[in-house]
Design a protein around this ligand. Structure first.
Ligand code: PMP
Length: 427
């Protein structure tokens, strides 16, 4: 038994499934999760000392590569001044100014501690501001684990969703309408049925929680137009895409302006940070300026703000996103080529530093339905082969892959060669 396996056994005795977040447990691919000891650049190292090229990047935050020396130094310096004050600090103002300058749709924002907090708070503000209860979300999109967002589509296009988890009362999801991703008609129908009851649409602009499914520009613009027509707020959930698909996030990439934006992952530079923000007239409705309540003991934590501020400053430099895009293109084209050469049907989606591969005979993957047509058993075999070759993809066919600035030709070529070897075994 290796050290990861032994730690996993111990972990299972004291933590459900041995983990603090479900997908880490390798349930999606089978086998024992790797226990990670350290990480550097493009590599993570497991408890047994084996190195892996990492395309998970802590599920998104590590866009600069692991253990970035500037972030590490800034954090160490901040630690010496105290870990938490529960009072305002200069660094929060600096980070807020930086975010508002990078994303002009965000006139004001509030820091929280996770993406889940960001989305649930944004929805509360949207409901409080509009005085409406209903929200629209899309099948296959994930926005954290708040009750009314853990909802899957009902049987008909116009039914309300069903809870996806025990513990979520049906009553709590009765205001959540679930529509089809990249399908504007399903949204129009919801508005026709409830023209003056929908507070907000929340959308992942590149869905990263059903692998990687980019929105069509016309879909996002259509959502913007419908929101304007019906007095509904558009919330773009950029927890995954913010500072990743472009510096200014997917809203910049697609040129669609939301009323509210949710942020997480990259904004914390690897520390637990989220944020939500947008139009000042909406954000001013939050306590203490307004009546809508939202708070957090550790929100704006100085260490986390320091990590996020340092990370965003490093990213706010010319050419970074071109480089990230060209690295990701190189990987995706290479994987696509070797799949074709070996007659393995595969579709690859990619936007900026985010990508996803699907073993499918379909022409394209643009919806939850398309994602579900892909060959999950083949993905599992691919996954374990790649892992054995020292390549760490997300352990699920339903999660996006992430590129970092620390990846180079060497890691990318190693990945493509390994995939080629795997595809050859399928002949
Ligand atoms: N929104 C999106 C788009 C996400 O991808 C995630 C997490 N993967 C969340 C919200 C929730 O963020 P957290 O896990 O930090 O609560």
């Amino acid at each position: 038994m290796n050290k990861s396996q032994s730690l996993y056994e111990q972990a299972n005795l004291v933590m459900p499934g041995g983990v603090n977040s479900p997908v880490r447990a390798f349930n999606g691919v089978g086998g024992t999760p790797l226990f990670i000891e350290k990480a550097n650049g493009a590599y993570i190292y497991d408890a047994d000392g084996k190195a892996y090229i990492d395309y998970v990047g802590s599920w998104g935050p590590m866009i600069l590569g692991h253990n970035n020396p500037d972030i590490a130094d800034a954090v160490c310096k901040a630690v010496r001044n105290g870990l938490s004050f529960g009072a305002p600090t200069e660094i929060e103002v600096k980070l807020a100014n930086l975010v508002t300058s990078i994303m002009p749709s965000i006139e004001m924002l509030r820091m929280v501690n996770s993406g889940t907090e960001a989305t649930m708070s944004a929805i509360r503000v949207a409901r409080g501001f509009t005085g409406r209860d209903k929200i629209i979300k899309f099948e296959g999109c994930y926005h954290g684990h708040a009750d009314y967002l853990l909802v899957k589509a009902g049987s008909g296009a116009l039914t309300f969703g069903h809870p996806t988890s025990p513990g979520v009362p049906s009553d709590f999801v009765k205001h959540t309408l679930v529509c089809d991703y990249n399908n504007l008609d399903s949204v129009k129908k919801s508005f026709e049925q409830y023209p003056d009851q929908i507070a907000a649409i929340i959308v992942e602009p590149v869905a990263g929680n059903m692998n990687c499914v980019p929105a069509k520009q016309s879909f996002l613009q259509g959502l913007r137009d419908l929101c304007d027509q019906y007095g509904t707020l558009l919330i773009i959930d950029e927890v995954m895409t913010g500072f990743r698909v472009a510096l200014g996030g997917a809203q910049d990439y697609y040129n669609v302006t939301p009323d509210l934006t949710c942020l997480g992952k990259v904004i914390g530079g690897g520390m637990p940070v989220g944020a939500f923000g947008g139009r000042a007239d909406i954000m001013q409705q939050l306590a203490p300026t307004g009546p809508i309540y939202q708070a957090g003991t550790l929100s704006g934590n100085p260490i986390a703000m320091t990590a996020g501020y340092t990370a965003l400053n490093l990213l706010n430099d010319v050419g970074i996103y071109q480089q990230l895009d060209s690295l990701t293109t190189q990987l995706c084209n290479g994987l696509s080529d070797v799949a074709k050469r070996n007659n393995v049907p595969m579709v690859i989606n990619h936007v900026g530093a985010m990508f996803g591969l699907f073993f499918t005979t379909g022409e394209e993957v643009t919806s939850y339905h398309d994602v579900m047509q892909s060959d999950i058993e083949l993905f599992k075999k691919f996954y374990h082969y790649m892992l054995s070759q020292g390549i760490y993809f997300a352990p699920s066919a339903f999660e996006a892959g992430f590129m970092s600035l620390a990846h180079s030709d060497e890691e990318i070529n190693h990945t493509i060669d390994a995939a080629n070897r795997f595809f050859k075994t399928l002949k």
